[in-house]
Design a binder for this molecule. Structure first.
Ligand SMILES: [Zn+2]
Length: 134
């Protein structure tokens, strides 16, 4: 199974079958949001009192160091590190927009694209933005 790390503090965000994030909605309310560690699986869990709407842009934060996870390639994409079973690091970018399915995973050489909405972001430049972290 892959591990997921915060790019700022390098601590583990994955616990069991969830990646744990702190998110803020457009009303600036914060909550915990759990996402699947399987790339391309867009199942999420949150407390029912935390209201989010389709198309709403959330802000993702590391629950440990509170760093913003917004990527430097697009304001709609959050960025985390993936550590695979061989200990190799990959960059993972995923949409912060509720209901939008787009994920990009790269080891610095090739880019793996997942999700039916990924085409919205293919205009961004793939190249030296994808750097190695380890
Ligand atoms: Zn962190």
């Amino acid at each position: 199974m892959n591990d997921f790390l915060c790019p700022a503090c390098k601590k583990h965000l994955r616990v069991g079958d969830n990646i744990i994030f702190k998110v803020k909605n457009s009303k600036k309310n914060s909550a915990l949001l759990l996402l699947s560690p399987q790339i391309g699986n867009y199942t999420s869990h949150k407390h029912p009192t935390f209201e989010i709407q389709n198309g709403e842009s959330l802000e993702f934060y590391c629950p440990l160091c509170s760093a913003s996870l917004i990527s430097d390639i697009h304001k709609n994409l959050a960025h985390v590190l993936l550590l695979d079973e061989k200990g190799e690091s990959h960059n993972v970018y995923f949409s912060q927009v509720v209901g939008e399915h787009s994920t990009f995973e790269t080891d610095g050489e090739s880019v793996h694209i997942e999700g039916e909405d990924a085409g919205r972001y293919t205009y961004f430049k793939i190249g030296d933005k994808f750097r190695k972290y380890f």
